[in-house]
Design a protein. Structure first.
Length: 229
C-alpha cells in the first residue's frame, strides 16, 4: 500500500483513536461501557493543511460492554481527498483494571488492530496498538485522563510511543467541555478541545477541534452524536 500524505492523515484520524467511545475526546478514559449496553457513535471529520487537499472522513463506531470490566468495539471509516479514497476498519477492546472512585485513580488497558485499503489495492493490516489509561477525579465535575502506549504502522514499518493528556469539566448538567493534547514520538503534538451535550438519557451530540503544531500546520474539526442502547 502506498503511503500518500492524505492517507497518513486519515490513519491519524482513525487508527490513532480507535473505537473507544469517548467522543469528542481522542484521549481514552479508564471507565468502560456497562455490561449489556452499547454505544453507536458516528461522526464526520475535516482535516486541512496548507498545500494539501482537504480530507473529508466519515467514521462509524460501535462499542458494547461484554463484561462488567470490559468493552469491545469496531470502527469503520471512509475518507476522500483529491478524488482518491481510503477505507479503514478496526477492532478494539478496553479492560478496566482498577475501578475509578473518589480518591482512587481508575486504571485500564486498551488494545486493538486496524486494516486499511485505498484505490490501489485490497485490505491490508495497517495498525496495531496497546496503551495504559489512568483517570482521576480532581474535584466534583473535573476529571483528568492520561494515556501511554505503543502503536505500529505496517505501511510505514514503524513503532511509535503514544501519549495523551486531557481534562473534562462538567460546566453544567448538560454541558461538558474538554481540553487535551496528544501525539507520539515521531511527530509534533496535537492540542484540541471539545464539547459534549446530552439531549436525552440515550442521545447526545458532540464536536471537537484540533491543531497539530507541524509545518505546515494541520487543523481538524469533527462533529457527531452518540446513541446508547
Amino acid at each position: 500500500m502506498s503511503c500518500r500524505p492524505w492517507l497518513a492523515a486519515l490513519l491519524a484520524v482513525t487508527a490513532s483513536c480507535p473505537a473507544h467511545a469517548n467522543r469528542p475526546l481522542t484521549t481514552d478514559t479508564a471507565d468502560t461501557i456497562a455490561h449489556h449496553r452499547c454505544q453507536f457513535e458516528p461522526y464526520a471529520a475535516s482535516t486541512r493543511s496548507s498545500g494539501s487537499p482537504t480530507l473529508q472522513t466519515t467514521i462509524l463506531q460501535l462499542n458494547c460492554g461484554v463484561r462488567e470490566d470490559t468493552q469491545l468495539g469496531i470502527a469503520y471509516s471512509r475518507g476522500s481527498a483529491a478524488g482518491s479514497r481510503v477505507e479503514t476498519f478496526s477492532a478494539a477492546g478496553k479492560t478496566n483494571l482498577i475501578e475509578l472512585k473518589d480518591g482512587q485513580t481508575g486504571v485500564a488497558v486498551a488494545y486493538g488492530l486496524g486494516a486499511a485499503k485505498d484505490d490501489t489495492g485490497g485490505w491490508k493490516h495497517e495498525a496495531s496498538w496497546a496503551y495504559l489509561i489512568a483517570t482521576r477525579s480532581l474535584r466534583d465535575g473535573l476529571l483528568a485522563h492520561a494515556n501511554l502506549g505503543w502503536s505500529r504502522s505496517q505501511s510505514a514499518k514503524q513503532n511509535s510511543s503514544t501519549w495523551a493528556l486531557a481534562l473534562e469539566w462538567t460546566a453544567a448538567p448538560k454541558f461538558t467541555l474538554s481540553a487535551e493534547t496528544y501525539g507520539d514520538d515521531r511527530g509534533r503534538p496535537w492540542i484540541g478541545g471539545g464539547i459534549w451535550s446530552p439531549l436525552s438519557d440515550q442521545f447526545s451530540v458532540n464536536a471537537s477541534f484540533g491543531v497539530q503544531s507541524s509545518n505546515p500546520r494541520v487543523r481538524q474539526i469533527t462533529a457527531g452524536f452518540n446513541f446508547e442502547f
